[in-house]
Design a protein around this ligand. Structure first.
Ligand SMILES: [Fe+2]
Length: 276
C-alpha cells in the first residue's frame, strides 16, 4: 500500500516536473519555416507526417543513401525457417553519413518544437524486416516506451508495397483522449504486458477502414511519434529495408530503453569489409 502511494507521488512529481520543464523551455524553441511548421502541426494532430527525401531536401542525403545501400547489400536476408523471423538490425549511429544527416539543424528544430524540450538524438538503426506470416514483436500494434513524447524518422530504402509490410498507424484523434477508444486501447496494451495487440483485437475498437497504411517508393520518409500513435509493421511476404532515426527529450523518461540505439545490443557493421 505504502509502495503504491510512494510510486503515485513519484509519478505525479515527475509529471509536474515534465510540464514545468516544457513551460520553461517554450521561450527557447527555435523558429520554424512555414514548410516545417506543416510537419510540426501534422505530428501534433495526426501523429504522423509522410514525405520524401526529395521534398524534405536535407543536405547530405546522397551520402546517406549511398552508405545505407552499401550496408543493406551486406545483410543478405535470412535462410532460417523459424516461424518468427527476427529483423536484421545494424546500429549505424556512429557512422558519419548517418550521424550528420540525423543531426541536420532543420530536422532538429522541428523535433525540438514537437517535444517542447531540448532534443537527444539517440541513434540510427538500419533494419531489414523479413517475411513473416504471424504477428509478433513490432508486427503487433503497440506504442513505443522510451519517452513521454518521441520522434522516429523512418526512411524506406526499397519501394514498399503491401507485400513488403508498410508501416501502418491509426490517426491520433481516434486513439487519444478524449476519445473513449484511448481507454480501450490502453487497457488492451496493458493486458498484453505492453507487448502489443493483434489486428483482430484492434478491429474491435477501431474499424480497419480507419487504419492508415503507408506504402511508398524508396526514399519515402515517415516522421512519427511512436509513443503516442498506435502503430505496427504489417505482415509481409517480401523483405523491407529501412532506416530508423530516433529522437527523445534530453534526458528521456526511460534512458535504459535508449541504449540499444548506440550500444552493442545489435551488430555494428564491419566497415573495414564495406567500401563506403
Ligand atoms: Fe514501434
Amino acid at each position: 500500500m505504502l509502495k503504491t502511494v510512494e510510486s503515485k507521488i513519484s509519478a505525479l512529481n515527475w509529471e509536474l516536473g515534465y510540464r514545468l520543464s516544457r513551460l520553461q523551455h517554450s521561450k527557447n524553441l527555435p523558429a520554424l519555416e512555414k514548410r516545417d511548421r506543416i510537419i510540426l502541426n501534422a505530428l501534433k494532430r495526426e501523429g504522423v507526417y509522410v514525405t520524401t527525401l526529395a521534398d524534405l531536401g536535407l543536405e547530405n542525403t546522397p551520402e546517406l543513401l549511398q552508405s545505407a545501400h552499401k550496408l543493406v547489400s551486406t545483410m543478405g536476408g535470412s535462410n532460417n525457417q523459424q516461424s518468427q523471423k527476427l529483423p536484421q538490425i545494424y546500429t549505424v549511429t556512429d557512422l558519419p553519413e548517418f550521424k550528420t544527416w540525423g543531426n541536420a539543424p532543420r530536422l532538429m528544430k522541428i523535433i525540438e518544437n514537437y517535444l517542447g524540450l531540448p532534443v537527444a538524438f539517440q541513434g540510427v538503426h538500419l533494419r531489414q524486416d523479413l517475411p513473416n506470416y504471424n504477428q509478433f514483436g513490432t508486427l503487433l500494434w503497440h506504442k513505443d516506451s522510451e519517452d513521454r513524447r518521441m520522434v522516429k524518422v523512418i526512411i524506406y530504402l526499397n519501394d514498399v508495397e503491401e507485400k513488403h509490410g508498410p508501416f501502418e498507424y491509426i490517426p491520433l484523434s481516434l486513439t487519444s483522449f478524449p476519445n473513449l477508444n484511448s481507454y480501450q486501447i490502453d487497457y488492451k496494451l496493458w493486458q498484453s504486458g505492453y507487448l502489443g495487440i493483434n489486428d483482430e483485437e484492434v478491429k474491435e475498437i477501431v474499424p480497419k477502414s480507419a487504419w492508415k497504411s503507408c506504402p511508398g517508393q524508396a526514399g519515402t520518409v515517415i516522421i512519427t511519434d511512436p509513443r503516442t500513435v498506435l502503430h505496427h509493421g504489417t505482415l509481409r511476404t517480401e523483405s523491407r529495408s529501412a532506416l530508423f532515426f530516433v529522437y527523445t527529450a534530453n534526458p528521456p523518461k526511460r534512458p535504459e530503453l535508449c541504449t540499444q540505439y548506440w550500444d552493442d545490443t545489435f551488430a555494428k557493421p564491419d566497415i573495414a569489409k564495406v567500401t563506403i
